[in-house]
Design a protein around this ligand. Sequence first.
Ligand code: KG4
Ligand code: ZN
Length: 342
Amino acid sequence: MGIVLGIESSCDETAAALVTTDRRIVAQRIASQDESHAPYGGVVPEIAARAHAERLAPMIQAVMDEAGLTLGDLDAIAATAGPGLIGGVMVGLVSAKALAMAGDVPLIAVNHLEGHALSPRLADADLEFPYALLLVSGGHCQILRVEGVGRYRRLATTIDDALGEAFDKTAKILGLGFPGGPAVERLAREGDPRAVPLPRPLVGSGEPHFSFAGLKSAVLRAKESGQHRDADLAASFQQAALDCVLDRLQVALDAMEPVPALVVAGGVAANQAIRGALEQFACERGMRFVAPPMALCTDNAAMIAWAGCERLGQSDPLDIAARPRWPLDPEAEPVRGAGYKA
Ligand code: KG4
Ligand code: ZN
């Protein structure tokens, strides 16, 4: 059995965790910076980097103390090396390098998206490769065929906003604060999902890509019309987004070599309405549905430590660079009309 220290600092969560190769989360700490960024309505990179720099070292100390371990007990130190906000990524990666050097422990530079992509295997020992993955977070919206560790085939991505971003922007329009996803979900429970007519961008298109910018603009216009209850707007937005997701998934699954399981990961996977609909969708297609527990969906260090467990035996050089952009599938074709997203 091996044990890996994981470090996450790519966005606005500072996190450290110890995870074993037999899927035990031995200790973990996570600090959200929501309050620091809330006045700005989004994550401010400089504030995030400073907060990581202040919090990370004591947090690593705390998980090591809780587990009663010293550096020499670790089999590897895994840190997010991208994609993400470069200042924050550098804080985590440089900390990991220093500890790896001091303890003579292998360093594993983890792609944050790989952390999300493999997180369902931390929670579910029966989930084997290959599987279809819907990866939906604040920065990413992709459908992938996960074929093995480091082997990801991207079938779809977004040509504009990510799904979590669409939730956050809708929350802003409705004055629900930041981060918006959970607030929109809560309000949607009190609304009628058919009350407000909203577009379903790209639904029916033969390629499985996503687009949410037009949906967000339609929510804004509907809000400005003053004709709708906020709860109806939230519910109708969530329903439109969900319809897009299911339609795009259908196209992607039809285009890929069949897989036995549909897996969802990333922050938006914490949404119960979306989880429920995906479960039913998978069931209708005769697929197993796997969603990690909520705490493993949003950014955390256990998933980074687990990616390190999956890669145990490998190591990266101490001069490895942080990568603000780092696609999981470097061979994926750029999508026409898309701004560049990792
Ligand atoms: O994976 P994550 O923590 O960070 C990124 O790597 O982006 O995802 C954060 C995103 C945010 O956009 C947040 O609004 C969204 O996930 N999110 C949700 C829910 N919980 C978090 N979106 C919809 N419903 C939720 N319950
Ligand atoms: Zn993430």
